[in-house]
Design a protein around this ligand. Sequence first.
Ligand SMILES: Nc1ncnc2c1ncn2[C@@H]1O[C@H](COP(=O)(O)OP(=O)(O)OP(=O)(O)O)[C@@H](O)[C@H]1O
Length: 225
Amino acid sequence: MLSVRRLRRPDLLEASLTLADGECLAIRGASGSGKSLLLRAIADLDPNEGEVTLDGVHREDIPAPDWRRQVCYLPAEAGWWADDLGAHFNDWDRASAFFQRLGLEDARKDWPIARLSTGERQRFALSRALAINPRVLLLDEPTSGLDQAAITAVEGLIAERLQTGTGVIWVTHDPVQAERVADRWLYLENGRLRQALPLPGEAVPREPEAPLSSHSAEISGKAVQ
Ligand SMILES: Nc1ncnc2c1ncn2[C@@H]1O[C@H](COP(=O)(O)OP(=O)(O)OP(=O)(O)O)[C@@H](O)[C@H]1O
């Protein structure tokens, strides 16, 4: 469904990957390895080069606002451009269904953004992204500031979305979460994608059949177990 070939940001990133309908791909990597830059480049939020297609249609042939609605990036710290919560939602009623699921059922449109906790902001931003109903969700550490109950709620909502065919790329520092939520795992190192490192206590994964280049990895299909 999503194909990314030789996506490049000068000196920062070169990556290729594919994502199927209803697939969740986890991306891990050290702080500063380029995970956010990769997601931002796929969403075309910053200047980048490469061939990116969605359902066979080239990104260049889709107006940028439409692309960003269909391939929706949820940053680790979402942007808020107005004082009140309600101004950030085109369809408050639709988003409210997600508020209910995420422990935000008391939410009111006139709540000032400034009063929201970090975890509340994260859950409202996720609700906003889900309400857009994108084909692909690019999630940048979507549960980093949340307690266990909220993490479980977020993972449940994303699992349901996967069932409907949405593709998800999920950046996380938590290897156990990566194992729990994803079908495949990749590791980003200095802006280059690699097969995922083994999870703690796991056997070392088999070598890929074709050796990866030292500069970039073209990876598709199921993960090396
Ligand atoms: N526009 C930019 N131009 C050049 N370098 C940048 C730019 N934006 C970020 N960087 C640098 O690129 C590197 C990767 O940043 P990025 O935010 O993608 O890391 P990350 O893997 O998401 O890290 P974390 O896990 O800490 O969120 C960092 O060293 C960052 O300082």
